[in-house]
Design a protein around this ligand. Structure first.
Ligand SMILES: Nc1nc2c(ncn2[C@@H]2O[C@H](COP(=O)(O)OP(=O)(O)OP(=O)(O)O)[C@@H](O)[C@H]2O)c(=O)[nH]1
Ligand SMILES: [Zn+2]
Length: 357
């Protein structure tokens, strides 16, 4: 089935960029899946198995110079379903996190995302601290969060209300929707928030009901990437799940692997939005370098004491600040090391030249 790039979220701004940067000879596509430096790219013509050019690989200085799910790329296509990625078009948002177990390494979750659907299950998975971490990532990435609480059918209305209220008390200005994939409770409220041409990304641990939600939402989808190519592109992609779907109302949803651990990448500003109140109070602390843990004249501690700031939110804030500080220092250290290595190479080459080796 043929579809327009606009249906996948392509914009006039991107098209202008393509023309200005002499990418007219290339086709444009969107990266819908990634498996170890191989990408699935969807264009107006179909789906392609893609790799980047050698030049791109050579010039890449870090993870962010490689394509990620959600990217718009300029590709040259080859029959029947192979493509080479020549350029990544500018990203308007980048959802990223610290890679699990590798401090200082950033992992891209997805790019060009408008809204993140943060999914937690009301029964076992539910955890407000983790929720705040996801929110921090969203705020730092300029992605609008929407909180979705699944499995509402397993609780009674009173319990659901309590949880929703407790979240709303700590998180301002973010929609919180309790749904059930069994009874479809809350679906109407949710679909009302989904807009044509906007890209949504599902975030949440394994088992919270992301696939069930996606399946239900896509009941009458315009396009199912997993199901598309089978007749012509036999066996090329083994798509065990749908990676990008366009909903009936025009919203674009990208599924993402479960995020077991949520780390904070360079979330400068992210913490601030989530913990607005703490941050603005902190400005009034007696000491400039107040750690808000034991100091006299600490406005934050005072507010916690008065019960104005939730104790758990306060502790979560301190924990994330510590993590951020650690992350920033490991990145700084690595940069220093790289610089040192660069200088060593220069000196080495100089010596070789001088001695005509
Ligand atoms: N009772 C109830 N069960 C649900 C609901 N949503 C999903 N489940 C069940 O929860 C289990 C996990 O659901 P999935 O949709 O596979 O969860 P997921 O988030 O996609 O998990 P991963 O694919 O591992 O990331 C399945 O057994 C579902 O049937 C719900 O709203 N209510
Ligand atoms: Zn303080």
């Amino acid at each position: 089935m043929e579809m327009k790039l606009e249906d996948l979220g392509y914009s006039d701004a991107l098209e202008r960029f393509r023309i200005e940067h002499h990418l007219r000879d290339f086709e444009i596509g969107r990266v819908i899946a990634e498996h170890k430096e191989r990408y699935t790219v969807k264009t107006a013509q179909g789906e392609y198995d893609a790799e980047i050019t050698g030049n791109m690989r050579f010039a890449a200085r870090g993870r962010e110079d490689y394509p990620a799910v959600g990217d718009w790329v300029a590709v040259a296509t080859y029959d029947p379903d192979l493509a080479i990625i020549h350029a990544i078009l500018p990203r308007f948002s980048v959802l990223k996190r610290q890679a699990v177990g590798q401090f200082g390494e950033v992992q891209l979750i997805a790019t060009n995302i408008d809204y993140a659907l943060i999914v937690q299950a009301l029964d076992r998975d539910f955890n407000i601290n983790r929720l705040e971490r996801y929110l921090t990532i969203c705020h730092a990435s300029k992605v609008e969060p929407i909180i979705i609480l699944t499995k509402a059918d397993l609780l009674d209305e009173k319990q659901i209300k309590e949880i929703v209220e407790s979240i709303k008390a700590r998180v301002k200005d973010v929609p919180v929707i309790a749904i059930s994939n069994e009874t479809r409770r809350g679906y109407e409220e949710l679909t009302r928030l989904i807009r044509k041409g906007k890209t949504y990304c599902l975030l949440g641990s394994s088992g919270v009901g992301k696939s069930s939600l996606l399946n239900a939402l896509s009941g009458d989808t315009v396009m199912k990437t997993g199901a598309i190519s089978q007749s012509t592109h036999k066996g090329r992609h083994v798509t065990s799940h749908r990676e990008l779907i366009v909903l009936e109302n025009g919203g674009i949803v990208i599924d993402n692997p479960g995020m077991r651990e949520v780390g904070i990448a360079d979330a400068a500003g992210g913490l601030q939005t989530t913990f607005d109140k703490i941050v603005s109070l902190a400005k009034g602390c007696k000491f400039k370098d107040c750690t808000h843990t034991s100091e006299a004249g600490c406005r934050v501690l005072e507010a916690v004491g008065r019960g104005e700031i939730d104790k758990a939110a306060y502790e979560n804030y301190l924990k994330m600040e510590r993590e951020k500080a650690h992350f920033t220092s490991t990145v700084a250290e690595r940069r220093k090391k790289e610089k040192g290595f660069g200088k060593m190479m220069k000196d080495y080459k100089k010596t070789i030249r001088k001695n005509n080796l």
